[in-house]
Design a protein around this ligand. Structure first.
Ligand code: SF4
Length: 162
């Protein structure tokens, strides 16, 4: 098996693991819906610096995000905010957003559940990565995105913030 931390071409083409990763996201969304955290639509969870929060993502999650998300709506910064959060604080990449975005809510009464679900689903994600022989490369979103910029993979050709 290849559990290298280095990204490779396999991890950049999500076609092989797209269905499995979406199934995992759907299962997580269902679990979060069952737990019912309150979202006040403040958008703080995506303004990382303001909320003192770093979004970690694996290589397959980034591959799916880059493949399926619409063009970013704000310039890529050094980690303060997410390029897919619009001016009203909404995510324009909801269908492709990574695991961390799906499990994280600022509702204080949900924090223990968030930690538990995060652990459960990251374990499932790791299993998927191992079974499909994909790289893990779990790192801050912005580190992945700046690498993708350097390699000419982000934003996609034709995107508004090119
Ligand atoms: S992908 Fe969407 S939910 Fe995740 S940090 Fe960016 S704007 Fe927020």
């Amino acid at each position: 098996m290849n559990h290298s931390d280095a990204p490779n071409m396999t991890s950049r083409d999500p076609s092989r693991f797209r269905a499995a990763l979406h199934a995992l996201y759907d299962a997580l969304d269902a679990e979060v819906a069952r737990l019912g955290p309150v979202c006040q639509l403040s958008g703080r969870c995506c303004r990382f610096a303001e909320y003192d929060h770093t979004l970690f993502v694996s290589a397959p999650e980034v591959a799916l995000l880059l493949d399926e998300a619409p063009p970013p709506v704000r310039p890529l910064d050094d980690g303060a905010s997410c390029p897919w959060q619009d001016a009203a604080g909404r995510c324009v990449a909801r269908g492709a957003r990574p695991l961390g975005c799906r499990v994280y809510y600022c509702d204080p009464s949900y924090q223990a559940d968030a930690a538990e679900q995060s652990e459960v689903f990251i374990r499932r994600l790791k299993r998927l990565v191992e079974e499909d022989d994909l790289p893990w490369n779990y790192a801050p979103l912005h580190r992945h995105l700046h690498s993708a910029v350097a390699e000419g993979r982000f934003p996609k050709p034709g995107a508004i913030n090119e």
